[in-house]
Ligand binder design. Structure first.
Ligand SMILES: C[S@@+](CC[C@H](N)C(=O)[O-])C[C@H]1O[C@@H](n2cnc3c(N)ncnc32)[C@H](O)[C@@H]1O
Length: 214
């Protein structure tokens, strides 16, 4: 999948990972707390979440399209406290059966996927009825001025950084539009995570899939 090769971004992300994790580790633990059963993690990157999966998780299918990040994630999977299988794939076409997962996890991913609506529809498809979507994502700012700056960055220099990231997405709204119900939503600021504007604020939460299959 050549469109998902981002060699410079991937190496930069892995290099700067430890710095990010010092502040973000607690939010990754909150993201995954209480999960149980079969989990699909979409856009797993270098596998920074793997260490934080709780013991009730019986298996994680970690989907990652970027080859360098996938290799690093495979190493992280070997150290994980629960079984993790790392596979090639994209959010818009997940390699899992309908209703086969108890939970789906995304962290800092819905900013980067080419088609967030398609990705969320896929997560709904693979989740069982009442399954959980756990998310930790940076989103559009609260004030019109900051949102304007984010939109300007997205239209100009931000794509040059590679990785496909967008700063101005309203991901909470996209989750609801995909048919999920927001059960828990916390807004985090740079003081909470160390992640600065324009990739702040972030949202951390749980959304539930409908009780009935579509
Ligand atoms: C900023 S990194 C976050 C990685 C990891 N989830 C974390 O929390 O550190 C964004 C990730 O999204 C992945 N990604 C981008 N587009 C994707 C897509 N269409 N499907 C699946 N993953 C994608 C990238 O390859 C990268 O691993």
């Amino acid at each position: 999948m050549t469109q998902h090769r981002h060699p410079l971004f991937a190496r930069f992300y892995v290099r700067t990972g430890p710095m990010l994790e010092r502040r973000v580790g607690e939010h990754r633990r909150a993201l995954l707390a209480g999960l149980a059963g079969r989990v699909i993690e979409v856009g797993a990157g270098a596998g920074a979440n793997f260490a934080h999966y709780p013991p009730g998780v019986t298996g994680v299918l970690a989907v990652e399209p970027e080859p360098y990040l996938r290799r690093v994630a495979e190493e992280a999977a070997g150290r994980a406290p629960v079984p993790v299988e790392v596979v090639d794939g994209v959010a818009e076409r997940l390699p899992a059966e309908d209703g086969s997962c108890d939970a789906a996890v995304v962290s800092l991913v819905l900013c980067s996927v080419a088609d967030p609506a398609a990705a969320l529809a896929e997560m709904r498809r693979v989740l069982r009825p009442d399954g959980q979507l756990r998310f930790f994502e940076h989103v559009a700012a609260d004030t019109p001025g900051r949102r304007r700056v984010q939109r300007l960055l997205d239209a100009t220099v931000w794509p040059l950084l590679g990785g496909g990231c967008h700063t101005a997405r309203d991901t909470a709204a996209a989750i609801e539009q995909a048919g999920f119900t927001l059960a828990r939503l916390r807004r985090l600021e740079p003081a909470d995570t160390g992640i600065p504007f324009p990739t702040a604020p972030q949202i951390l939460g749980i959304a539930t899939a409908p009780a009935e299959r579509p």
